[in-house]
Structures are given as structure tokens and as C-alpha cells.
Write a protein that binds this ligand. Structure first.
Ligand code: F0G
Length: 482
């Protein structure tokens, strides 16, 4: 592992890249931010970047691309079938992920759709460490159910456990026995478990899951969307791998899975996605679905330019200087907020810093969406766009009842190599101020609720005039500062 120490003893992440293309940002006045919130139904997904200063909604498709990726896009070979760009991508998938057969799809959830179409039917049960919104939606859409099998420590906010994404092995075996293997088409392991704060699993845990999959003859599916960062935390935290390369760790993990799928929007800082395997039988089970839903087998709905940048991006996930940047910034922000008493998920994980709205807004009941409220409040007082990862992001149960999330989080994504340290310090400053003024944040209610994945386009409104009161306090403390 590469480490750079400062003579001063200060512990700050140092960038091993330089910025060559920049984009102007818009920090609009708080009055405009309030208007934008009303226009966007108090849902940060519905804000436009004209009104957003730091876009910390997601790392999906927002990681900075490298000069090598951009230049590769220029040589893209435009062909419907058999393009050379695709051949290069296929080779990258084999070199990096160790899988010979690759099915291209336009993004991660498209892979989930294909997997569900191929393997999930009414009565199917999919055990997983934890769900991701779209993975669960595709399984339930096809008549299946999921069961989440994390250890209890995964739900402890202030923890030092290095691998909160581990699957509970004892429970997994119990579930397999109870439901019988024939009803379990696959076990799903998600790298850097997104919705519990970007928390990794250990290779040891994945090996234990593999052993049970073998014992009961069940396929093991790895969601590798955040595999690079999971591998980086294995390098930092799992003794056995402290002298390994990222490439060795990634291969060790993918070798354990029968099927690996990913969102290239995350994994390779590009667009696109894929499903890969070394089993020709598995490949054939899904092959016909690609031209039907995605596009011909040598592009799968991805533009050839993106295919080129994806191939280069996959190789770049082997570079520690690329992969370490986001987790190191996250660690910096998490530690800084923690020092100020702001409840954040610990230890720092990947993807972003995760703020615990359940604690910060303990005065807001879950029926009024504490995480949604806090995300809206943070945007109002800072122009920072985070993402609600709580009950708004949950789906209703089969009877249409509200289900409350295990955690109410506001996720502040830190895409790879996008922000500067002074911007991260601004985040720290404004989140701290909001924490000290948390009593002024109030609840939200739905006024428009789409039936599927409601968090994307749903519309909410504040239960009273709390946004106006929060704005007044901001102006009192900050005067005419943006
Ligand atoms: N799996 C995981 C673990 C993800 O984080 C995502 C997307 C997907 C699958 C679906 O991939 O977006 O390419 O269709 N996560 C994004 C996020 C949306 O913001 O966390 P996709």
C-alpha cells in the first residue's frame, strides 16, 4: 500500500493526479435554493445542476474520467456487430475480472433485469448481504422475494468493525435449509454494501459464502459495482492481503463467484455495465435476453465510445492511486464530522460519507422522512446535493403499506477525483452548522408518489414553514454570504 506522510504530521489525503478540464459550478443564493426545493418537490433527484453547488448525489456516472479514457473514446470502432472496441472491452473484462464470457448491458440495473428474467420466478428467494434499491425492485417485479442476512454489527452506526458488509453465514445456512436450495436460484453478494453506508465484506466471508453455495449447489452472484473500493478496503483491513495488489484481490473475489455483474458507471468511471462468467451454460441462459432488451451482443446498448472508456477504466481500477482517492476523502470527511459530534456511519466506507438522520432528526418520526428532510435542509443551507437513503428510498410492501428503513441516512457521495479538499471542508462546515441547528429541520409528506422506485421522481412538501425558519437562521448567522 502506498502512503505519503506529511512532515507536519497532518493527516490529509494527497491527490496523485492533476486537474486539466474544469466545469463551472453554481452556488446560487439561498432564496433561489428555497424556490428550487419547492419546484423539485423537496426531492434532491429533481434539482437541476444549475442550482446545485456540490453534486454529492451519487458516484454513478460522475467519477472524473482520465485522459487515457477520453483519448480511447476517439478511436471507437462504430460497428453494430463485431466492433473492435467490444473486443478490447471483452479482453479487459477477462484481464481484470477473470471471466471469459461477457454480456454487455447499458447499466447495472439492466444486468439485474436480465438476471431476474433468467433466474427469478414466483416463489424464488434470493438471500443477500443487503439489498440495493434496483436489485430488489427487479427481483420483486419477477415474483421473487429477498432476505437480508447481515450480522447485527452492520446496523451499528458508531462502529469499528472493518467488514460490516459481511454475510451472516449461520443465518444463510438456516435460510437455505428452511427454504430448500431449489427455491434459491442464487445468492447475491454486494461489494461495498451501498445502503448500509458503503461497507465492505472480507474475502474470508466471501469464501465462507462460496463454501455454502458449493455445499447446497446454489449459484453465487457478485454485484461488483463497487468492487474496486471493496478491494482497496480489503488491502487496508484484511491481514492476509496487506501485501497484495488490487488486481490480485479483485481476481480472488471474482474467482469465488459464478456470475459477476456490475454498473460500469461506478466500477470503471464510464457508462455501461455487464454480466460475466466462466460458465458457458450460464452464459447461454442469458445470451438471448441481451439482443431482446439491450442491443446486439457486441454493444448491449452502450455507445462504442463508452465501450472504449470502459475498457480503459477497468484497467484503471487496478491502480491504487485511482481507487484510493474517494475512500481517503471519505475517511477525511467522516473523521472531521465525527470530531464535531455529527453522527456519521463509522468506520468510513466507500462511495460517500453517510450522515445519520435518525439521530440528528430524532424529533422527526420516520413517517415524516427524517433523511429526506435532512437532505433537503442541507441543500437549502449550502447548495450541497446529497441523497436520501432511508424510508423514502424504501418500497411499500405487497399490501401497499409503508415500510420503514433500518437506517435513515443522508449520503454525501464523493465520486473519484472530482472534488477539492477546500470543497470537502465547506461540506464539513455547513453540515456542522446544520447539526447545531437541527431542531429547525422539520418533516416532509408525499404529495406525488410513483408506484415503483418512488424516490426518483416522487414529490414531497414540508409539513409546515420550517424551511423558511431555517433560512432566516442561516441569514442571521451568515449575513449576505452565499
Ligand atoms: N448495484 C449497486 C451496488 C449499485 O450501487 C447500483 C447503483 C446498481 C447496482 C445499479 O446500477 O445505476 O448502473 O443501474 N447505484 C447508484 C447509486 C444508482 O447512486 O448508488 P445502475
Amino acid at each position: 500500500m502506498q502512503e505519503i506522510k506529511f512532515f507536519s504530521g497532518e493527516n490529509i489525503p494527497l491527490e496523485l493526479h492533476k486537474t486539466r478540464i474544469v466545469q463551472k459550478l453554481h452556488l446560487v443564493p439561498i432564496e433561489r435554493r428555497l424556490e428550487a426545493l419547492y419546484e423539485g418537490g423537496f426531492n434532491t433527484f429533481r434539482l437541476t445542476t444549475k442550482d446545485v453547488f456540490l453534486d454529492m448525489l451519487t458516484d454513478s456516472g460522475t467519477n472524473a474520467m482520465s485522459d487515457e479514457q477520453l483519448s480511447a473514446m476517439m478511436r471507437a470502432d462504430d460497428a453494430y456487430a463485431g466492433s473492435q472496441s467490444f473486443m478490447r472491452l471483452q479482453k479487459a473484462v477477462e484481464d481484470v475480472l477473470g471471466k471469459k464470457y461477457y454480456l454487455p448491458v447499458h447499466q447495472g440495473r439492466a444486468a439485474e433485469n436480465i438476471l431476474a428474467k433468467a433466474y427469478v420466478k414466483s416463489g424464488s428467494l434470493i438471500p443477500m448481504n443487503y439489498h440495493f434499491t434496483t436489485s430488489m425492485a427487479h427481483i420483486t417485479e419477477h415474483g421473487g422475494k429477498i432476505v437480508e442476512l447481515l450480522y447485527d454489527e452492520a446496523y451499528v452506526i458508531n462502529s469499528e468493525h472493518p467488514f460490516k458488509g459481511n454475510m451472516n453465514i449461520e443465518k444463510l445456512e438456516e435460510i437455505i435449509r428452511l427454504n430448500t436450495p431449489k427455491n434459491i436460484p442464487f445468492i447475491r453478494m454486494e461489494a461495498s454494501t451501498n445502503l448500509i453506508g458503503g461497507q465492505p465484506f472480507s474475502v474470508k466471508n466471501l469464501r465462507d459464502v462460496r463454501a455454502l453455495a458449493d455445499k447446497y449447489g446454489i449459484r453465487l452472484v457478485l454485484d461488483a459495482s463497487l468492487l474496486g473500493e471493496n478491494a482497496y478496503l480489503v488491502l487496508k483491513r484484511e491481514e492476509e492481503f496487506k501485501n497484495s495488489s488490487l488486481g490480485e484481490i479483485i481476481k480472488t473475489m471474482t474467482d469465488l463467484a459464478d456470475i459477476v455483474y456490475f454498473s460500469a458507471r461506478k466500477l470503471s468511471s464510464s457508462r455501461g455495465g455487464g454480466i460475466c462468467t466462466n460458465d458457458i451454460g450460464i452464459y447461454r441462459e442469458m445470451e438471448a435476453l441481451i439482443p431482446l432488451y439491450e442491443g446486439f451482443l457486441t454493444y448491449g446498448g452502450i455507445s462504442v465510445r463508452e465501450i472504449e472508456s470502459m475498457a480503459v477504466g477497468l484497467y484503471e481500477t487496478l491502480d491504487e492511486t485511482v481507487i484510493c482517492q474517494s475512500p481517503n476523502y471519505i475517511e477525511y470527511l467522516v473523521n472531521a464530522l465525527d470530531k464535531k459530534g455529527v453522527p456519521v456511519i463509522k468506520p468510513a466506507g466507500v462511495l460517500g460519507a453517510h450522515i445519520d438522520a435518525m439521530q440528528i432528526c430524532s424529533h422527526i418520526p420516520q413517517s415524516q422522512y427524517p433523511a429526506g428532510s435532512l437532505a433537503a435542509a442541507l441543500y437549502l443551507i449550502s447548495g450541497i446535493r446529497g441523497m436520501e437513503r432511508g424510508s423514502v428510498s424504501n418500497q411499500r410492501d405487497e399490501y401497499g403499506n409503508e415500510t420503514y428503513a433500518d437506517m435513515e441516512l443522508v449520503r454525501l457521495a464523493i465520486p473519484r477525483r472530482v472534488f477539492t479538499l477546500s470543497q470537502i471542508k465547506y461540506v464539513e462546515d455547513r453540515v456542522h452548522w446544520l447539526y447545531l441547528n437541527r431542531e429547525l429541520v422539520g418533516g416532509l409528506k408525499f404529495v406525488y408518489e410513483p408506484p415503483v422506485l418512488r424516490f426518483f421522481m416522487g414529490g414531497l412538501e414540508p409539513i409546515n414553514d420550517w424551511p423558511q425558519k431555517l433560512m432566516a437562521k442561516f441569514k442571521e448567522d451568515f449575513g449576505d454570504s452565499l
